[in-house]
Design a protein around this ligand. Structure first.
Ligand SMILES: [Cu+2]
Length: 311
């Protein structure tokens, strides 16, 4: 269930989190947040007024998108177009802080309003138990960078699968004690569209470099560049999708970590089904448990419910 594996602390965080949850953590500001808002909702920097707008999609485990409106700090009425805004998500937990995969921010069709897309690895709380606090740090580039920080409440994923994880077998990172641990690959549901007999499933795939870095997986990237123990020069990526775990369709690379398989059969509108996703990097098939592929560990399972057909 923990998306970020940390074997040495496999038990401790739960103890710590549970203790925190039972000792009145509900009095903190996280309990006051609504599902699709962030606190504060407006931040003033030296030059800008930055407003977190109601998310387009509820801030939830998995793919999430939010909008920020940037105006001038003095009047709050002049839209600030053409800015370069970078995003750094951080989750502060009792025992650690980690980041999350992201696409980033770009200006929307409304001048001065920017759309940011990220992929939350964990919710703020699970079944009423606090997990940690999310921080979204937006840095607006300029002569002097200006920073606005928001704290969204991130909901638990319910129903359809929003993301899954596969692990490297010989593809490893070195942990803080110098031991090799499987590299995690995170597969996020991005979009499911189409009609029965011809569905299209888009995924965003990210790789773990560290607790703070989850770059998009492309077929031409270098992971952990410069780290002699963990560096991996990616030369080939194969993402495959199936609705029966027997017939596989290769996904097309769309760029920026997005991969799309089209022509999927075996799903019906309005009915819950399953899609299976396989991932190979440089010829090594990733597995659910980091062991060699044995037939059942070789793919991730996504529960999906295609939209009902509309005429
Ligand atoms: Cu976390």
């Amino acid at each position: 269930m923990f998306p970020v594996s940390f074997p040495r602390f496999a038990v401790l965080p739960w103890v710590a989190v549970l203790t925190l949850g039972l000792s009145g953590c509900g009095g903190g500001d996280s309990s006051a947040d609504a599902g699709d808002t962030a606190t504060p909702s407006v931040v003033l920097t030296d030059s800008y007024r930055v407003e977190y707008l109601t998310a387009e999609t509820e801030a939830m485990q998995g793919k999430s998108t939010f909008l920020v409106r940037v105006t001038d700090a003095a009047t709050g009425s002049v839209a600030q177009s053409g800015l370069s805004i970078s995003l750094m998500p951080l989750m502060h937990m009792t025992d650690r802080t980690h980041s999350s995969p992201l696409e980033g921010c770009s200006e929307s069709t409304t001048a001065g309003t920017y759309r940011c897309t990220l992929f939350y690895l964990m919710p703020s709380s699970m079944n009423g138990v606090a997990m940690g606090d999310w921080e979204l740090k937006l840095t607006i580039a300029g002569a002097t960078d200006e920073i606005a920080i928001f704290h969204p409440e991130v909901m638990m994923a319910m129903g359809d699968t929003t993301h899954a994880r596969l692990k490297g077998v010989t593809d490893t990172l070195t942990d803080m004690e110098g031991n090799p641990v499987s590299r995690d690959y995170f597969l996020f549901r991005s979009e499911l569209s189409g009609v029965p007999g011809n569905y299209s499933f888009e995924l965003f795939v990210a790789a773990r470099e560290s607790m703070m870095s989850f770059p998009a997986l492309t077929s031409t990237t270098v992971l952990n560049a410069g780290d002699m123990n963990s560096e991996l020069t990616v030369v080939s990526v194969l993402v495959e999708v199936s609705s029966d775990a027997s017939h596989w369709l290769a996904a097309t690379e769309e760029g920026g970590g997005y991969w799309r398989a089209t022509g999927l059969d075996g799903l019906s509108g309005g009915q819950t089904g399953e899609l299976y996703v396989r991932l190979s990097v440089n010829g090594e098939q990733k597995t659910t448990n980091g062991q060699s592929p044995d037939g059942v560990n070789g793919y991730a399972t996504f529960i999906v419910t295609p939209a009902s057909a509309t005429m």
